[in-house]
Design a protein. Structure first.
Ligand code: ZN
Ligand code: ZN
Ligand code: ZN
Length: 538
């Protein structure tokens, strides 16, 4: 008898170990979403979107990026690899490639070709510049490549980086209005994507135009519709509702959809189609779908964080999420999917808005910084010693420095002193400072975590808090300050306890936590610090 009980206990134990995975993991990234939006717009959200996730799942209130630059490509790479640019190598959206002496794009790959209807350049993309495995890669290997991984986004980098090196597919939006892919993933576009594209759904959204979802009084958490901190969607259209998208379409083509909430809707349409046609979450082998909503970022950059355009975009995304969740319930089953939602970075207050409210900050266009650097270089050294300034990094022309008989160390010090005289600059670090940093200085540690000596410049600048290297309207991101680093992290569904945490946590903890939940290896570049409170049993 004892033996039988022991045998039963063992077999139950083993069984519950073996089958302990969700049928589908859904990773949602909302581009440029500040944690604050979940609080500020809370009264206007429905019960079935963001609030359904928060009320029934787990909320991390104090989740942060811990490196510079807080941009889209490094953000997506860091969420899915569980490490930072210094390790995964995605040090910007685009950056100066020292080896070839010109700019490169994060997902450029000249060895692959476009699939579908778009330009050659739009399709020559793959994850080859990503130097670590992703959680999605690890799931592929752990299931012997039987669990499917598909990445979707309006932005190429938002689709490609999360899906990783071993993805079945990644699809992104072309200016033709079609979703495209590359030969990195396969030789022929799946029929269902071609059929989806043939429906030209983007035109349905464009024909409807963009008006407010709710009565204008609902938008009292934002500034008036027409305010001086808003940019324009195109040259001739003022920043006021309603937007005649057909008129803008004639000038900008299908790209107009990006800067409206409907880029998110079109993507959700594609996500639901992918689940249906690729049978995601159907069998017991876990699949992983990554969905990155980009329109929030385009709208944020153009109109700013306090525009009703932005608020409307979030109220509509809330409804889109509600529809998507209902679809997951119906097709995959309520207890069978694990979902998380986060952002690839947050975003700053518009500097001029702060300035008009008496805070002494301003926006500094990057071009002004470059001009000042070049002028200083010619005035001081009689030559332009700058190869590039981008992503807060300064690259020197070492050949010219040598030819002129100058010493690199002295040149660096000279530029360091000059930069410190610039109004927006807080600190200036050389490559040596960064590589020798101990981690005690928080902002320097953020720079070090974003610094890959093979790819970054010889000097990195830290701007003063509140200053923006950007145009006068809208907003941007990139800094290590909390307004750029503080993002939501919500977990929901399979094995997720109800709860919330206010302790500070880092974005690099998401991937290793998923590893523990799925009982699969950690991505190979991560330090594997997990979000322990989430792993405590219900
Ligand atoms: Zn982004
Ligand atoms: Zn407006
Ligand atoms: Zn952005």
């Amino acid at each position: 008898m004892k033996k039988i009980i022991l045998f039963l206990a063992l077999s139950i134990g083993i069984n519950s170990q073996a089958q302990q995975r969700p049928k589908l993991v859904v990773g949602i990234v909302v581009d440029q979403m500040k944690m604050e939006y979940l609080y500020r717009f809370s009264d206007d959200f429905s019960a079935n979107g963001f609030k359904r996730i928060m009320n029934n799942g787990y909320t991390f209130h104090n989740m942060h990026y811990n490196y510079v630059p807080t941009y889209t490509a490094p953000g997506h790479a860091s969420i899915y690899t569980g490490t930072t640019p210094s390790t995964h190598g995605i040090v910007g959206n685009d950056w100066f490639n020292k080896a070839i002496g010109k700019d490169m794009y994060c997902t450029d790959d000249a060895a692959v070709k476009i699939l579908g209807d778009g330009t050659e350049k739009e399709g020559a993309m793959s994850p080859k510049n990503l130097l670590s495995t992703t959680i999605t890669d690890e799931l592929r290997m752990a299931t012997n490549f039987k669990g499917k991984v598909i990445g979707l986004s309006i932005k190429d980098r938002g689709a490609i980086l999360p899906a990783g090196h071993f993805a079945n597919w990644a699809f992104w939006y072309s200016k033709t209005g079609s979703f495209i892919s590359s030969t990195f993933y396969g030789s022929v576009m799946p029929d269902w994507v071609t059929e989806f594209n043939q429906e030209k759904r983007y035109m349905n959204y464009i024909n409807k135009g963009w008006n407010l979802l709710k009565p204008i009084a609902t938008y009292n958490e934002s500034l008036p519709d027409d305010n001086p901190y808003e940019g324009k969607i195109d040259k001739t259209t003022g920043p006021v509702f309603p937007y005649d998208l057909n008129k803008i379409y004639k000038e900008k083509g299908a790209d107009v959809l990006r800067t409206t909430p409907f880029g998110n809707d079109l993507l959700a349409d594609l996500a639901m189609k992918a689940i249906e046609k690729e049978d995601l979450g159907k069998d017991d082998i876990a699949d992983f779908l990554t969905v990155s909503f980009s329109s929030t970022d385009y709208v944020g950059h153009t109109f700013g964080p306090r525009s009703i355009e932005l608020q409307d975009t979030y109220l509509r995304l809330d409804q889109t999420l509600a529809t998507f969740l209902a679809y997951l319930d119906k097709t995959v089953g309520k207890d069978n999917y694990l979902l998380f939602l986060t952002a690839d970075h947050a975003g700053a207050e518009n500097s001029n808005y702060l300035k008009d409210n008496k805070y002494n900050v301003k926006n500094v266009p990057t071009k002004d910084i470059v001009d000042a650097l070049k002028k200083y270089s010619t005035d001081t050294f009689g030559a332009d010693l700058i190869l590039d300034y981008s992503n807060f990094n300064l690259f020197f022309n070492k050949e010219t420095i040598k030819l002129k008989g100058l010493e690199l160390t002295k040149v660096k010090q000279s530029f360091k002193d000059f930069l410190m005289t610039q109004e927006q600059v807080k600190r200036v670090y050389t490559e040596e400072d960064i590589l020798a940093s101990s981690g005690d200085d928080y902002f320097l540690s953020c720079i070090a975590k974003g610094y890959d000596p093979k790819q970054n410049g010889e000097i990195v600048i830290l701007d003063k808090t509140g200053f923006m290297e950007y145009q006068a309207t809208g907003t941007t991101h990139g800094s290590p300050n909390s307004y750029d680093t503080h993002v939501p992290l919500l977990f929901y569904g399979w094995q997720i306890p109800k709860g919330e945490l206010h302790a500070k946590k880092y974005i690099t903890q998401i991937a290793p936590t998923l590893s523990q939940l799925l009982k699969i290896p950690f991505p190979n570049g991560t330090e594997s610090e997990v979000l322990e409170t989430l792993l405590e049993k219900k």
